[in-house]
Design a protein around this ligand. Structure first.
Ligand code: FRU
Length: 460
């Protein structure tokens, strides 16, 4: 058994995990469901795995909430969402059906529960409307506060093989009326929009889609799947009117896909995403495959308003995990004297918070798997992650127009999540450190205040 099992992330003990599903707070408890398969393969008859927590940090495992055991979901209880109404938990999900001739059918289905543990399936409530292929899935439901009506967005591929988002409306959560496409066809929505979500943060609406498209890289055709968000406003005809048109990436790391948001009982907009994705070979090359499990969810994040969109910050509850604190206050200079500070750590479960002042440049090494090189002149971070598969450093450039003032890092044995300037930019990645790696090192030219905490275990 390797040392890669995560301490405070939701991850399966065995099998394959993908999207977070049905995020909800019900009768005081946070419930997180997720796509789960007992085998280590990306495609297959998925179940809904289930964990719950009263504090978003300590999770208890439950029996799977739903298995693909009905004619309408026999090849997978695919992704969906949850809503609480009159003390009942409503789960909306996609029933995936493969036909004998190799085709696909899709049904949007409903299941309910009154205790959050036993679920009763009620079968399809929406059948595929005209104008779409069977790539029609991932219902996300919310209640419009003014009209008190229920709305649902569904990820779709139109008959023209372009991505879009179908809109439905309901008065009772059982009967749904089709309203049309939300996205105008004059921009690139790829060939499919998965896991759509319409989220309101500080009175501003955003459409989130995980866009799938074909791209060419290094002379070869490949699929690119990236979650984007767009500021805009839903119109009375159901169209989503985009404001600036500029798409924004939710996360700039290598392992972040299919985010889903929900509003908790305190009114916070929280989100989890799948900390995975990418091409199948890349996924299957991960060292945890040998231990019989694959992938995890991100830490819970709160979506809050930022000057140019929204930002994601780790939920405050995670502070419960902090053990003894070490703090640093250093002036790093190029000229002579102190140009680096090192922090020896005894585990790969750490939280780091750095505040920079007067930074010209700095370099941060996280154990032996991640490096950040910041240059203030170009307001850019070169982010490097050691790829376990190729043995090379993967590299990305993150532009931070206002410069980096704060960097918040969560390390959990085989994952790193970076929050830049309180989450105005985030980068999420899996990293397989060597077990002996024990140093965090910062060098460069900047005034820095830093705090480092070892984190305790989140799982119950
Ligand atoms: C996104 C996705 C969803 C689908 C689910 C199947 O990762 O492809 O569109 O419902 O995964 O597991």
């Amino acid at each position: 058994m390797s040392n890669y099992k995560l301490d405070y992330h939701i991850a399966p003990t065995s099998g394959f995990m993908n999207d977070p599903n049905g995020l909800v707070q019900f009768k005081g408890k946070y419930h997180v469901f997720y796509q789960w398969l007992d085998r280590l393969q990306a495609q297959g008859p998925k179940s809904w795995g289930h964990v719950a927590s009263s504090d978003l940090v300590h999770w208890e495992s439950y029996e799977c909430a739903m298995h693909p055991d009905q004619w309408y979901d026999k090849d997978g209880c695919y992704s969906g969402s949850a809503i609480v109404h009159e003390d009942t938990l409503y789960l909306f999900y996609t029933g995936n059906v493969r036909t004998e001739s190799g085709g696909r059918e899709t049904y949007q289905c409903l299941a309910t529960s009154t205790d959050g543990e036993q679920f009763t399936k009620h079968g399809p409530i929406i059948h595929l409307p005209e104008g779409y292929t069977a790539h029609f899935r991932d219902p996300k439901v919310w209640k419009e506060p003014v009209s008190q009506q229920w709305w649902m967005v569904i990820g779709a591929q139109t008959q023209e093989l372009t991505g879009n988002v179908a809109l439905y409306r309901s008065e009772d959560l059982w009967n749904w009326t089709y309203q049309g496409n939300m996205l105008s066809s004059d921009r690139n929505w790829g060939y499919m929009c998965e896991c759509p979500d319409l989220v309101t943060v500080a009175e501003q609406q955003y459409m989130i889609v995980s866009r799938q498209e074909k791209i060419e890289r290094d002379g070869r055709q490949m699929d690119q799947c990236i979650p984007y968000y767009f500021a805009g406003q839903m119109q009375s005809d159901g169209q989503f009117h985009l404001y600036s048109g500029q798409e924004q990436q939710l996360d700039e790391g290598w392992d972040y896909y299919a985010p889903q948001s929900f509003v908790d009982e305190q009114g916070r907009v929280l989100s989890f995403a799948w900390m995975g994705g990418g091409e199948i070979d890349y996924q299957m090359s991960q060292p945890t495959v040998e231990d019989g499990w694959l992938h995890a969810l991100t830490i819970p994040r709160e979506l809050v308003a930022a000057p140019n969109g929204m930002k994601q910050r780790p939920v405050v509850e995670l502070q419960q995990l902090r053990q003894q604190e070490r703090s640093y206050e250093v002036v790093l200079t190029d000229e002579h004297e102190v140009s680096e500070v090192t922090c020896a750590v005894s585990s790969h479960v750490q939280e780091i918070l750095l505040e920079f002042d007067d930074a010209r440049h700095w370099e941060l090494l996280l154990l032996d798997g991640v490096q950040l090189h910041y240059v203030d002149e170009s307001k850019s971070i070169v982010l490097k992650r050691l790829n376990w598969w190729t043995g090379e450093w993967d590299e990305r450039v993150l532009i931070v127009p206002e410069g980096v003032q704060r960097l918040h890092v969560f390390i959990d044995r085989s994952s790193v999540e970076l929050f830049i300037n309180d989450g105005e930019k985030t980068a999420t990645m899996r990293v397989f450190f060597k077990t002996t790696a024990d140093t965090i090192r910062l060098s460069g030219c900047a005034n820095v205040k830093g705090k480092v905490w070892e984190l305790s275990k989140g799982e119950l």
